[in-house]
Design a protein around this ligand. Structure first.
Ligand code: C2E
Ligand code: MG
Ligand code: MG
Ligand code: MG
Length: 292
């Protein structure tokens, strides 16, 4: 019996592997087609300051609904695009689209918001990464200090010096750098000290229990204090409830991002969101008008 189940396991394992390869190949060929047909879109999720409840920026998030596969999550297709190199043109397209959107927002009276765009390790590793980013800023007319690039610490493994050199060049041009998904990797605190960043984004995993568990709360307040000592601002990701906002605000998190404020929105719903948010702002749980 043991032998049977053992053999069964091996068969399943092999079949799974084949399925994964086939699945990834299909995903990649559909993604290539979608890119050529301009079927990707970008949605924008607001980031709000705890201090006064004002919208300080948006994060650009790529979206894809395939004709055959239906909606595909970035968590599924980004890795495939990274392995194949498709992320390089796709990432530049997302960056340019988001910069155009941000420049347009400025013309419509929301001139002081920042646009945050996720960067893949594969993009950062390109030799011409920095000039390509600067070229897009010049072409779209977005001031450099309105752009923030989000990177993750897992991207730094293997090429830390090269990455730091590029990040420094981007910062020198005025672009902001955010460390995304902070707390999910292995050597977070070392990276926090080493990387030239402006912003630290606390991963949703820390935020989920922050209003229920004292241990989650002490993690967030300690990390926030370290980040502030290093003169980084702190963004809480994945905030879904008013109670989380309240706790995070009292603990000194600078910005809140999450479904509590808004889901990521298509570009044509940003103006309506901004108008509606002005009404909601007044009723927020805690508005700090001083800096703690
Ligand atoms: P991320 O950069 O950490 O983005 C935050 C993710 O959390 C987004 O998922 C967002 O929709 C989701 N989220 C925001 N607020 C909440 C909330 O309150 N509750 C919950 N449950 N989720 C929330 P999304 O859009 O599916 O993106 C997943 C990941 O894919 C991103 O994580 C990012 O790593 C990657 N990604 C998305 N767009 C791009 C892109 O243009 N380029 C690259 N390289 N990666 C991207
Ligand atoms: Mg991000
Ligand atoms: Mg994140
Ligand atoms: Mg993430």
């Amino acid at each position: 019996r043991a032998k049977d189940s053992g053999r069964g396991r091996i068969c399943t394992f092999t079949a799974d592997m084949n399925l994964k390869v086939v699945e990834r190949m299909r995903l990649l060929s559909r993604a290539r087609l979608a890119f050529d047909r301009q079927a990707f879109t970008v949605h924008y999720q607001p980031q709000v300051a705890t201090r006064d409840g004002r919208v300080r920026g948006f994060e650009a998030l790529v979206r894809w609904t395939d004709q055959e596969l239906g909606p595909v999550s970035p968590d599924r297709f980004i890795p495939v695009c990274e392995d194949s190199g498709l992320i390089v043109p796709l990432g530049l397209w997302v960056l340019e689209t988001a910069c155009i959107e941000a420049a347009g927002l400025a013309c419509r009276g929301a001139g002081d918001v920042t646009m945050s765009v996720n960067m893949s390790a594969v993009q950062l590793a390109q030799h011409d990464f920095v000039p390509r980013v600067l070229e897009i800023l010049a072409r779209t007319g977005l001031p450099a200090n309105r752009l923030e690039l989000e990177i993750t610490e897992s991207q730094m493994i293997g090429s830390l010096d090269a990455a730091i050199g590029k990040l420094n060049a981007l910062r020198k041009a005025g672009i902001h750098i955010a460390l995304d998904d902070f707390g999910t990797g292995y050597s977070s605190l070392t990276y926090l000290r080493t990387l030239p960043i402006n912003t630290l984004k606390l991963d949703k995993a820390f935020i989920d229990d922050v209003h229920r568990r004292p241990d989650a709360r002490s993690m967030v307040s300690s990390i926030s204090r370290i980040a502030h000592d290093l003169r980084h601002s702190v963004v809480a990701e994945g905030v879904e409830e008013a109670a989380q906002w309240e706790v995070l605000s009292l603990m000194g998190c600078d910005l809140i991002q999450g479904y509590f404020v808004s889901r990521p929105l298509p570009a044509d719903r940003i103006d309506a969101f901004l108008a509606a948010w002005e009404d909601r702002r007044a009723g927020l749980p805690v508005i700090r008008d001083d800096v703690v």
